[in-house]
Unconditional design. Sequence first.
Length: 291
Amino acid sequence: MKETLIIKLGALGDVVRTTTLLNVLDGNITWFTKPNAKPLLENIPAITGLTSDINDISGRHFDEVFSLDDDIDGCSILKQITFDKLYGFYESSGKILPMPEAAEWWAMSLNGPEDRDERKQANRESFQHYLFKNVGRVFNGEDYCLGYAPKDVSENIIGLEAHAGDRWPMKIWPYYAELEKKLIENGFKTRKFETKPDIREYVADINECKLVVSGDSLAMHLALALKKKVVGIFGPTSPYEIEMYGRGKKVFANMDCISCYKKAICEKNPNCMQSISVGDVYNVIMGLLNE
């Protein structure tokens, strides 16, 4: 039987959206990731081996390896194994390089050429489009794979994720408090997500909502995987890379500089996130709930 290894360590949201690939793979699939990501990959039938311990794969031979992190941490694992076919990224003389199928995605990555941000801004294809292309497949709408069953929620509970990781503080929309007040005034229940010591509790919090409002974050990917309705708020990162699967709407300002990939400093006033009003987001929420 074919032995396949997926190496995906990166951001938790990226780990979740990479699970779409499991729909088109067969045989025994081992997934190597960081310990904090393992709960997000538990109980997925397609994954036959889930580990964060290099000793579990060191010295093993694989038919296919999907090295999906374009960084040293991920690519260094390749030195511990042997394989027949490699997809994704590898390290050579301290530099991260793409296999041919991954060249387009690499050109928009942190390790890409000088015009990487311009390429990223001009892109109109989804992450999944490039993920599948990176591994010699074609994306045909394959959904997330998650080992948690979606909960059917009859009550209009609106989940709000007002946080962003340290890497992208500019992704935070500044008006969540005002939105929550408006929702409560109009009879809705709200749930503000908080970091939990056990990420399974975070998944459960999202699963108890009917609709989730979030920036480009783990909460957004989990909500989509749990088949919730989603309002995604975008600014410095690309709205076009996100596949909504018909479950959500994207909100972003009508500005030429959307997807600038600036992390914390913007000279524009108002900037892209400040330009999205509470009314804009509220109206999208109402539209989704009424579908």
